[in-house]
Design a protein around this ligand. Structure first.
Ligand SMILES: C[S@@+](CC[C@H](N)C(=O)[O-])C[C@H]1O[C@@H](n2cnc3c(N)ncnc32)[C@H](O)[C@@H]1O
Length: 405
């Protein structure tokens, strides 16, 4: 396999390696070794590990390093991080960043140039692993091209709770631009790592927050965690950059503290200014769950939700959105419904959790009928109205009885 000869991209990145490399350095995809050899010249660089998947590159660089008697560089074969240990202060990566090319129907194979079908796939693998290999105050020097898809690269970076700064962009002929980014761990990531939340993965996003999952290991758990299990899968809700709703995050954390005592909501483990960490709820969203279950179990779950709504009503709190809770109720394996998302929860004189949920039941009448749960919307709404006029356990019981028949 040919060794990548330094080109514009290499020289552009080299400029910043000269400026930023420090401590223990990893040069990933070292190729000719240009970045490693540059880094080692800096006084505050302690050692450099230069790795590449290309055996020829490794052989040649080993020869050069030994000929020049450079002791601070170790050269190894590695597929990304597969043969790399411990953490680094600086990680340098000039990845293969071009989208796959074809001659006729034949894909051109060149692992120095092509980063996958769209160009960013190898970079995504890199970013999904890099946090484990970077110290809290570490820096990543990363190069890519406009042909890689800038938005996608930025999304991948933020989905790994990292933050970037553009150091330079350079226009090349043929409408291509190169970018060098300086990437660091975000404040939230550092905080989560300090609290020993590991294996962080992006899951999905809501209106105001991105949701990540992670693992909290009891042996490493700090005092604030009250979960008893050895290994707990956690959900982490992080305020999206675009959202200004810090208040909402705080609001949700405050309410979860109160509602957890009544066994409502996911168990909050701890929270920070713009994030919260809770025990992850494994299960199915309510409507999907209804489709897969039988009449008796469905009736029990609907009643269990109603009872939680009644607790909320009793507390003088509106959760909001209970008439449309498709993504806000998860039913666990043992048929326990857990209400999610308390960002908009607030005190109110006009509580409407039970009545909103009854409205939802009316709306999914067809799905319920498929399961032999027959109900008359007018009757049910009437019972909800009586409840609304006089909120008490008796009127709740009337609704429950009707649903359970
Ligand atoms: C664009 S070249 C950069 C070479 C050199 N760092 C530079 O700046 O000139 C990309 C390098 O990444 C290496 N590479 C590709 N896939 C890799 C992988 N999965 N693990 C490690 N290195 C890889 C290639 O062999 C190639 O040497």
């Amino acid at each position: 396999m040919d060794i990548y000869q330094p080109a514009e991209d290499s020289y552009l990145l080299q400029k910043f390696v000269r400026k930023y490399a420090f401590g223990r350095v990893l040069d990933l995809g070292t190729g000719s070794g240009i970045q490693a050899l540059t880094a080692v010249e800096r006084k505050d660089v302690r050692e450099v590990i230069a790795v590449d998947i290309n055996e020829n590159a490794i052989k040649e660089l080993k020869k050069e390093v030994s000929k020049k008697k450079i002791r601070k560089i170790a050269v190894k074969k590695s597929d990304l991080f597969s043969n790399v240990k411990d953490k680094f202060d600086t990680i340098i990566f000039n990845p293969p960043y071009l989208p796959q090319d074809k001659i006729g129907n034949e894909i051109i194979e060149d692992s120095a140039l092509y980063g996958g079908k769209h160009g960013w796939e190898l970079s995504e693998k890199f970013f999904n692993k890099v946090n484990q290999f970077l110290v809290a105050k570490g820096k990543i020097l990363f190069l890519f091209s406009s042909l890689t898809n800038k938005e996608k690269i930025e999304e991948i970076i933020s989905h790994n709770l990292l933050e970037f700064k553009e150091l330079e962009k350079q226009k090349l002929p043929m409408f291509e631009t190169l970018y060098v980014y300086l990437i660091e761990k975000s404040k939230i990531l550092k905080e989560l790592e300090r609290k020993n939340i590991e294996n962080l993965k992006y899951l999905t996003h809501g209106k105001r927050g991105n949701i990540f999952t992670g693992i909290s290991d009891k042996s490493k758990r700090v005092k604030t965690h009250f979960a008893k299990k050895e290994i707990v899968k956690v959900g982490i809700k992080v305020k999206r950059k675009e959202s200004s709703a810090i208040e909402r995050m705080r609001n949700e954390a405050n309410w979860l503290k109160i509602l957890n005592k009544k066994n409502i909501g996911p168990r909050l483990l701890f929270s920070g200014e713009d994030y919260l960490v809770y025990e992850f709820v494994e299960g199915e969203f309510i409507l999907d769950w209804i489709k897969d279950n039988n009449k008796k179990d469905i009736q029990k779950v609907l009643v269990a939700v109603l009872k939680q709504c009644f607790e909320l009503d009793q507390l003088g709190v509106n959760k909001e959105e209970m008439h449309h809770p498709l993504k806000h109720i998860i039913v666990t394996k043992d048929n326990h419904p857990v209400l999610l998302d308390f960002e908009r929860c607030s005190r109110s004189d006009k509580v409407k959790n039970v009545t909103q949920f009854v409205e939802f039941i009316c709306r999914i009448r067809e799905e319920l009928e498929n399961k032999d749960i027959k109900l008359n919307k007018i009757d049910l709404r009437e019972k909800a109205k009586s409840y609304k006029d006089d909120i008490n356990p008796k009127n709740l019981e009337i609704i429950i009885k009707y649903l359970s028949s």
